[in-house]
Ligand binder design. Structure first.
Ligand code: PAF
Length: 293
């Protein structure tokens, strides 16, 4: 394979759907457990942690690298989304990945592509309010990637908590015979959640971006100190975020982690998802924490 010789690695990079399906069929015939880690590339430590988890739980790890145009609205960052396949291949291999599936847009969405997968309700809130077509693009591509890589398990990150919940719902509703594993958020040393989009941040924006994590920590502290009113918690988080000159809040919400319904008053013995999206300059970042009371 040309690409393989160019970067002198043993790992297989597959670009065609049919070839990937054939390889997956052969692996299954040999009795191998296939783990898949779907990504849009520009891998960071967060992705590598997903690959390591997949490696622990399966015999062969396939990392998919595909910047999916379907999940970007026309005003979003599809064109400028960072891409570096050669770097990704090396990093994925160092984390234990065996095969990379890296199709072109034409390979995934040939002319006359007409079928979409849409999960209702869960896709309309939080991110869905600001990115109304986003999750339809995500579930469509993930369903396709599942049919192409034929995994037994698939690993997603908790950083995209809503995405992980929606994918679990799709897997349940459409009877995909795949175990979905959700892996913890990986953070930089100052708390910023790892994201391929962090590269967009200027030096001063990068400093301001830590406010997402700080506001989640503040919420956790308030809850620990017995604050149970979501409105109070959210307004204190807002106040902190607004103190950063480059920050603009899209939403902060305290929700049931299974239904994503907003909760006004927190009750003992329950778990809540505190999720937020904040624009730092022109870069939109999301983060969240799960809090058990
Ligand atoms: O989380 C992502 O990187 C993407 O949404 C995914 C799951 C790879 C689908 O394109």
């Amino acid at each position: 394979m040309l690409f393989q010789t160019q970067i002198d690695l043993k790992m297989r990079v597959i670009t065609k759907v049919k070839e990937m399906q054939k390889v997956a069929d052969e692996l299954r015939k040999e009795g191998k457990i296939i783990g898949v880690v779907p990504t849009m590339g520009y891998l960071h430590e967060g992705h590598l942690s997903l690959i390591r988890i997949a490696k622990e739980k399966s015999d062969v790890v396939i990392t998919t690298i595909f910047v999916n145009p379907l999940q970007f609205a026309p005003n979003e960052d599809y064109d400028k989304y960072p891409r570096d396949l050669e770097r990704d291949v090396k990093l994925a291999q160092s984390a234990g990945c065996d095969i990379i599936f890296h199709p072109s847009v034409e390979e995934m969405y040939p002319e006359n592509f007409l079928t979409y997968v849409e999960v209702e309700k869960l896709t309309k809130v939080l991110e869905g309010e600001f990115r109304p077509t986003h999750f339809r693009g995500v579930t469509t591509v993930v369903a396709k990637l599942f049919n192409i890589t034929k995994p037994h398990i698939a690993v997603f990150g908790q950083k995209d908590a809503q995405q992980a919940l929606i994918i679990k719902q799709m897997v349940r509703d459409l009877n995909f015979d795949i175990e979905i594993i959700v892996a913890p958020i990986v953070r930089e040393s100052d708390g910023l959640a790892m994201s391929s989009r962090n590269v967009y941040l200027s030096e001063s924006e990068r400093k301001d971006a830590t406010v997402l994590y700080q506001s989640l920590k503040l919420a956790e502290k308030l809850i620990e100190e017995s604050e149970r009113n979501s409105g109070v918690i959210i307004s204190k988080m807002e106040e902190l975020i607004k103190s950063k000159p480059t920050a603009k809040i899209d939403y902060i919400a305290i929700v049931d982690p299974n239904t994503l319904e907003k909760v006004e008053n927190l009750s003992e013995g329950k778990e809540y998802l505190i999720a937020l999206a904040v624009r730092i300059g022109s870069t939109r970042l999301i983060d969240n924490t799960l809090v058990k009371i």
